[in-house]
Design a binder for this molecule. Structure first.
Ligand code: THU
Length: 132
């Protein structure tokens, strides 16, 4: 897919980022997941006073999507306001893999795309239900 095809997904992640609850880190992240029929489900990071119960934007998006009945996904866009790409953390890679499979992962900041990856390359040798 071309950069312009990704634009609406990236824009959705940028808008979601504005809702981030990140008063501790001040590091706001937005994520937008797309289903095969083009539905977009977004999430932002949510921090709280315990710090440890923080949940990343990617997992919020995925858990929202699952709770709304979605079960198949094709792409995820992740946006932060940094020059360097903000790739998903290890916990998010696991959850995205288990429920989304080999997603295309589009990384962007508030102005431009910063990277594009397949999730299988970000999570080599994954543990999942095929091994149970
Ligand atoms: N964070 C995300 O939401 N997604 C990422 O991909 C990286 C980190 C959040 C967690 C925490 O609220 C803040 O960014 C700083 O780590």
């Amino acid at each position: 897919m071309s950069a312009s095809d990704h634009q609406s997904l990236v824009e959705a992640a940028r808008r979601a980022r504005e809702n981030a609850v990140a008063k501790f880190s001040k590091f706001k992240v937005g994520a937008a997941l797309e289903t095969p029929d083009g539905t977009i489900i977004t999430g932002c990071n949510v921090e709280n006073a315990t710090y440890g119960l923080t949940i990343c934007a990617e997992r919020v998006a995925m858990f929202k999507a699952l709770s709304e009945g979605h079960r198949a996904f094709s792409r995820v866009a992740i946006v932060a306001d940094t020059e360097d790409p903000t790739p998903p953390c290890g916990a998010c890679r696991q959850i995205l893999w288990e429920f989304g499979g080999d997603l295309e992962v589009i990384l962007a900041n508030v102005k431009r795309e910063t990277g594009r990856h397949q999730l299988k390359d970000l999570l080599p040798l994954p543990f999942d239900n095929r091994l149970l």
